[in-house]
Design a protein around this ligand. Sequence first.
Ligand code: ZN
Length: 383
Amino acid sequence: MERKNSIELIQELIAFDTTSRNSNLELIEFIKGYLEGFDIASELVFDADRRKANLFATIGAKDRSGVALSGHTDVVPVDGQAWETDPYAVSRKGTRLYGRGTSDMKSFIAVCLAKTPQIIQKNLETPVHFAFSYDEEIGCVGVRTLLRELEKRPHKPKSCVIGEPTGMRVVRAHKGKISKRCRVHGLESHSGMAHLGANAVEAAAEIVAFLKNQARRFRDEGPFDYEFDPPYTTVHTGTISGGTALNIVPKFCEFEAEIRQLPGYDTERVWARLSQFIENSILPEMQAVDPSARIEWEVLSVIPDLSTSDDSLIRLTQELSGTDGTHCVSFGTEGGLFEQIGVPSVVCGPGHISQAHRPNEFIEIEQVRKCEQFIDSLIDRLE
Ligand SMILES: [Zn+2]
């Protein structure tokens, strides 16, 4: 098989438009074919309609637990962003590679693939697993099907490095997230006879304001953990829509909100207080006008927080990356889900989160080199 270096592989991976709404199968087939070239078999774990797949591959013995290197293959959309270059063709300018997914997080996957022949050559007792997922960007959806498979196995990975962009620093904790959609159903009336309607937009606005006040409370009163930026749980409403015309009392409004909580904080108490507020202060007034007025919630996604359960994994990752200290971040990863099935996980990957999800996303080539050194040190360290 023809060997390819990291930069070539980054170029190839970026060329697949794996925005989460698209199928990722072409990219997955590419990786599968590449690994087959080195006699490495891939296992694909598909979504329900077989439009997308996770890829899991093991280099080395299959009858024991190894170290998993994990990444997501999907990227966020470029819609409406002002890109100066084609986001799906890597442009090299000076020390940087530009393209959608260069930082988040195809470069990590490319380095794993480029290092495959070296990993094979080492003939390691401890296997190295690749776990490449889909639909991470829409709530860590895809990896869950893979983890359900791995959970059943006697030899699931013994640890996992999630290669999300951390500047190759070791991240041992991140916040969790729960996001929900709220639908408010009221009753229409002429706006001159507003008392005959149940105004869904106003009800939604009051709920959004309640959430905003909760956000201020977290900001001002904590709980605080100063290793995080910001050091408190955040609450945010991202979208809202409702109503049809100014002279009609609106019968419908919906909005989406999220809480990103510090590890260990149970958001249930916030939702419980909100339910009480709705029961006591919103619904009685609406239902006095229309008994069928109601407020419905739908959970969009739940991403568990991460707090690495294995200190030796943290120490190992520090050694491999040549850094001391650990970091906590405010973005979610698949790490908390790996931890839930008993696979200790840390986050350490090339690129910076500040470049992710933005127009003209880039990675410094130096970050790619550091990631290569990380994998080199890993295979030197493994038996
Ligand atoms: Zn990512």
